[in-house]
Design a protein around this ligand. Structure first.
Ligand code: G3D
Ligand code: MG
Length: 188
């Protein structure tokens, strides 16, 4: 840790660190969203398909987020569960224009929520949904995404859905603000 880091920690200026898992099917826009949340000088210009997972960091006004950006490709999805215990929050990204795979996204979400063990099922871990790719002509509304995923059945965890366009960065801040409020509500 650098001297500045230590000083700001001592002065209470250092932001609290939280770990977030970013999940969802491949191609839903997870990496694009996380990239857009980083300061502009740290953003990658080329988003390449994530292999396994990558660890990214971004800050909100009062928290410092470490995000496990998990690959959504089928063969890597069983990796997710190894990281469940690391997560204090989940960002679940859905491609709102991909009606066909919405069913698969729902299956993955149900598997996540019902995962045996204590890491997800029995924790009031906040889940932020991004109904992403809203700019595409085939996109359904965030209300429709929420219906297709049966989000109203999630009663034991705080959740919120935001319509987003990750390319333009629209809708992302609203989501992060909600997440920050939820995490702080638990911490204080
Ligand atoms: P993933 O990390 O969930 O697998 P990526 O998804 O972030 O790699 O994004 C997959 C593709 O979707 C990328 O396009 C990316 O530019 C695109 N994308 C992400 N978010 C949006 C969005 O809100 N709107 C639109 N129109 N496209 C989006 P490529 O062409 O690079 O595969
Ligand atoms: Mg990715």
């Amino acid at each position: 840790m650098g001297l500045l880091d230590r000083l700001s920690g001592l002065l209470g200026l250092k932001k609290k660190e939280v770990h977030v898992l970013c999940l969802g099917l491949d191609n839903s826009g997870k990496t694009t969203i996380i990239n857009k949340l980083k300061p502009s000088n740290a953003q990658s210009q080329d988003i390449v398909p994530t292999i396994g997972f990558s660890i990214e960091k971004f800050k909100s006004s009062s928290l410092s987020f470490t995000v496990f950006d998990m690959s959504g490709q089928g063969r890597y999805r069983n990796l997710w569960e190894h990281y469940y215990k690391e997560g204090q929050a989940i960002i679940f990204v859905v491609d709102s224009s991909d009606r066909l795979r919405m069913v698969v996204a729902k299956e993955e979400l149900d598997t996540l929520l019902n995962h045996p063990g204590t890491h997800i099922k029995h924790r009031r871990i906040p889940i932020l949904f991004f109904a992403n790719k809203m700019d595409l002509r085939d996109a359904v509304t965030s209300v429709k995404v929420s219906q297709l995923l049966c989000l109203e059945n999630i009663k034991d965890k705080p959740w919120h859905i935001c319509a987003s366009d990750a390319i333009k960065g629209e809708g992302l801040q609203e989501g992060v603000d909600w997440l920050q409020d939820q995490i702080q509500a638990v911490k204080t």
